[in-house]
Write a protein that binds this ligand. Structure first.
Ligand code: SF4
Length: 467
């Protein structure tokens, strides 16, 4: 609750000496990766303000107790980038940081989408004051200005409450992504991550893995083709690192740190044909880690699949979501089941491994559409190596998505909330938008998982026939 008639505390504008960028857990994760957002910000800060110490505190390697202990060491600023699954946990650590005198700042898609609600419920003057400001869109310059002690009013991309309790949204500045320094992965102890990966993912033949991003933004997200479950907050279209530079940076991860697998976080990797051609030409001349990229089914064709293959791409995660045309129409994806099937076969013919991303419980889901999706999947008969690691989830209703808006129209009780009960939210969503109930979705999730597991097992030496 905002106290409108008193003067709210505004953190004093003094230059800082010590900053923590904090990654917290939430939900269940099998894959342990160094947090790319924190590495990118820390790299920028080291170049822009070498006198300021920036620590990346990662719960994945530290554990909750040690992380809380470190946050108690009085950082001038603690920065977090919550997502739907981690937001509750982020608040716990934000309270620790605030109690110990830090300025607390959130960034990322979740905080940007719920900026008003978060500042009202957690900002200065609220009963749970643990946050001072939110950075929307690019965070590099805003963090630098905060660290220099620039008053809030002079920092682009910053959203905060004025001393009178009014929401202030500063002008937005989009950075030239191609001019940012390459991410310095040595700011973290990579071997520590690789050891945990080996323990958790080694059986899948995946280790020494990092994430990387050469393209920020998605060309579909800002327009009519935005998927209704997409929560990204985007400005400035798609911004890319020059293709040759991206290839060189990836190759240096292979040579310098022995990285063997890279998750490329771009949203539709082959969407820019000219960029992909140059990247592929440069990468094909270099030693590269195996790349895993995302692609829209509608973007894939034999020509760009061949370029991906030549560039060292091994896995392509295709957003299939469902094989029901009725559901796909409601998603605004512009893809049909036939387009998804064709995309999968294009990838297989090019010698790439498709990971078919499926979401159970999308609007219009029924027991029949769940059965249809499973039977279509069986008809495709994905080879075993396509079933090792799958992207299979029950739909999550995330702030900033069209789905979230649709639910709020039906259930106004969620307006103003920044931390709704996720189970209640799911039940309300299913009540309004799906014929399939929660039990149907949980059962289907098991059936799909078992199907993928059986096929993957069949591919291992000495095993029987595929399911
Ligand atoms: S879900 Fe992915 S492909 Fe769809 S609009 Fe969002 S970023 Fe783009």
């Amino acid at each position: 609750m905002i106290l409108l008639f008193c003067i709210l505390p505004v953190p004093s504008a003094v230059p800082m000496k010590k900053i923590a960028l904090v990654y917290t857990l939430g939900g269940r994760y099998d894959e342990i990766l160094p947090p790319l957002w924190a590495l990118a910000l820390a790299t920028y800060m080291r170049q822009a303000a070498p006198g300021i110490k920036v620590d990346i505190l990662d719960e994945q390697v530290l554990g909750a107790k040690r992380l809380a202990g470190l946050l108690a060491r009085r950082y001038d600023l603690a920065g977090f980038s919550p997502v739907t699954q981690t937001y509750g946990n982020v608040l716990k650590f934000a309270r620790v940081a605030k109690k110990n005198g830090s300025m607390v700042v959130f960034g990322g898609h979740y905080a940007s989408a719920l900026k008003k609600e978060i500042l009202a419920n957690r900002g200065p003057g609220s009963a749970d004051y643990c946050l001072d400001a939110i950075v929307c869109y690019d965070g590099e310059k805003a963090l630098h200005e905060l660290a220099r002690g620039t008053p809030f009013g002079g920092i682009k991309n910053l959203v905060y409450l004025t001393p009178g309790g009014q929401l202030a949204e500063n002008p937005v500045e989009i950075m030239d992504f191609s001019r940012l320094p390459p991410v310095d992965y040595t700011l973290l102890d990579l071997e520590r991550y690789f050891k945990i990966q080996e323990r958790k993912m080694g059986k899948l033949g995946i280790g020494r893995t990092l994430s990387f991003i050469a393209q920020r933004g998605c060309k579909w997200a800002a327009g009519a083709g935005r998927c209704i479950f997409c929560g990204i907050q985007t400005m400035g279209g798609v911004r890319c690192i020059p293709p040759e530079s991206a290839a060189r940076q990836l190759s240096s991860l292979y040579r310098k740190y022995g990285v063997r697998h890279v998750y490329e976080a771009g949203d539709d990797y082959p969407a820019n044909p000219a960029w992909l051609r140059e990247f592929s030409a440069a990468a094909s001349r270099l030693k590269m880690p195996a790349l895993e990229v995302y692609a829209k089914a509608t973007t894939l064709n034999p020509a760009n699949a061949a370029l991906l293959k030549a560039a060292g791409v091994k896995y392509v995660c295709v957003g299939v979501e469902s094989f029901s045309d009725d559901i796909l129409r409601r998603l605004n994806k512009g893809a049909s089941a036939a387009v998804s099937r064709r995309a999968v076969s294009v990838l297989l013919e090019a010698g790439l491994i498709p990971n078919t991303a499926l979401i159970l419980g999308l609007p219009g889901e029924t027991r029949e559409t769940l059965s249809l999706t499973l039977s279509e999947l069986k008809k495709i008969g994905l080879p075993p190596d396509c079933c090792q690691r799958t992207c299979l989830n029950i739909v999550a209703i995330c702030p900033g998505t069209r789905l979230w808006q649709m639910l709020l129209e039906k259930e106004p009780k969620y307006r103003g909330q920044d931390l709704p009960d996720s189970h209640e939210l799911r039940l309300d969503y299913l009540k309004h938008f799906c014929e399939a109930g929660e039990a149907d979705l949980e059962a289907a999730l098991k059936v799909f998982s078992n199907y993928f597991a059986a096929r993957a097992k069949a591919g291992r030496p000495g095993r029987g026939k595929a399911a």
